[in-house]
Design a protein around this ligand. Structure first.
Ligand code: DOR
Ligand code: ZN
Length: 404
């Protein structure tokens, strides 16, 4: 396959070249004759990598499953997702990991990887399962995964290979129980986790930082890596008031002042994930926490780029290159010879309105419903094949596991 007249970032500069694809990989960039897909009028990005999604499969496939969730990813320009372990039952044993692998290998239409759950007593199991990433919950949330004390966190920090990432849900349970899910609950947990990481000589990833202070604390001792999510950047308490119970997410969306400060700390954010956490509206009414996000994250970022709030290179580094590096995915996250041919053509001029009824996710709602955005994924090439063309998902290609 040949992509003609592709505008993309190469070595920090925007360039226009043809991209020659052979099989699933980029063979060369340059000038080639022959017919191909014309990328004129689009900006071409590497397929996005979303390192934090909850695809609910197995256990709650009425909310999402590996098929609907990875279709949602492709629709949003995301070609790789890393699934969280807080299923019912949680992914804390090799058998459950293997079960997930079997499901994903049949249903996923983008690439995928798995975070393994850190349990109170699964240290040997973690060693046996050899997952690519470990997830630690310092505060209680959807599902039962939770580590009740610092000793267990420290033991997992020691037990897990230092060259693999540990992702921490940093909300301190004791503070949650005294004053709720305040910024302090998140900040205390970040400070604790980062100090324990320093003590054990390892790097950790702080999931979904919602305040600038968390980022500051994460970088203070041993530089923890920091993730944030679009809902902390584009929503605040005022903006979600109309959502009522739909607006519940852990950690919570903060107020306008915190949101502004978060924007001020973006240089120190290492990667952006969606934390796509789908629940049905009727479950939200009963208190379920979480937002869907796969089909809006890139578009929100492109809209911010159009408004000159954020640079394109920041978007590419935080949503493509950095997650590939942090989560040990070779051959991903860049447009260069030898890399996997996962490409997103973005239409920066496309004006559209967020409508959950047009989405692939099973959950059927979006916290951004009705929002007007400028910029969207217009075409997606996954493993060398055109899978999204405009509003149409024209083909399904089986995804493969990454980060093993
Ligand atoms: O709001 C949330 N939803 N926060 C979490 O930590 C988990 C997630 C879910 O899985 O529903
Ligand atoms: Zn999550």
């Amino acid at each position: 396959m040949l992509v003609k007249n592709a505008k993309f970032f190469l070595g920090g500069k925007i360039t226009e070249k043809d991209i020659l694809i052979e099989g699933e990989r980029i063979k060369a960039v340059g000038s080639f004759s022959g017919k191909g897909i014309d990328a004129s009028g689009f900006l071409v990005l590497p397929g996005l990598i979303d390192a934090h999604v909850h695809l609910r499969d197995p256990g709650a496939t009425h909310k999402e499953d590996f098929h609907s969730g990875t279709r949602a990813a492709i629709a949003g320009g995301i070609t790789t997702v890393l699934d969280m372990p807080n299923n019912n039952p949680p992914t804390t044993t090799l058998e459950r990991l293997e079960e997930k692998r079997a499901i994903a290998s049949k249903k996923a239409v983008c690439d995928y990887g798995f975070h393994f759950g850190a349990g109170t007593n699964n240290f040997e199991e973690v060693k046996r399962a050899k997952p690519g990433s470990l997830k630690i919950y310092m505060g209680k949330t959807t599902g039962d995964l939770f580590l009740p004390d610092e000793k267990l966190i420290f033991l997992h920090f020691q037990n897990f290979p230092k060259d693999k990432p540990i992702v921490v849900h940093a909300e301190d349970q004791a503070i949650i129980e005294t004053e709720g899910r305040t910024p302090l609950a998140a900040q205390v947990a970040v400070a604790k986790a980062t100090m324990l990481a320093e003590k054990s000589g390892r790097t950790i990833c702080i999931a979904h930082a919602s305040t600038a202070r968390e980022i500051e604390l994460a970088k203070k001792w041993r530089k923890s890596l920091v993730e944030t999510c679009p809902h902390y950047l584009f929503l605040d308490q005022e903006k979600i008031r109309h959502l009522g119970n739909l607006g519940k997410v852990y950690p919570p969306v903060r107020d306008e002042a915190e949101r502004k400060k978060l924007w001020g700390a973006l240089d120190s954010v290492d990667y952006v994930s969606t934390d796509h956490a789908p629940h049905l509206p009727k479950e939200k009414e009963k208190g379920a926490a979480g937002f869907p996000g796969l089909e809006t994250s890139l578009a929100l970022m492109l809209d911010a780029y159009n408004k000159k709030q954020i640079g394109m290179e920041w978007i590419i580094s935080r949503m493509c290159e950095n997650p590939a590096r942090i989560f040990n995915m070779r051959g991903k996250g860049k447009i260069a010879p030898g890399f996997q041919a996962d490409l997103v053509f973005v239409d920066l001029r496309k004006e559209w309105k967020v409508r959950a009824e047009n989405m692939q996710s099973k959950c059927g709602w979006s916290p951004y419903e009705g929002m007007s955005l400028k910029g969207k994924a217009a075409k997606v090439i996954f493993r060398g094949e055109l899978v999204l063309d405009g509003e149409e998902m024209v083909k399904e290609i089986r995804g493969k596991e990454v980060m093993q």
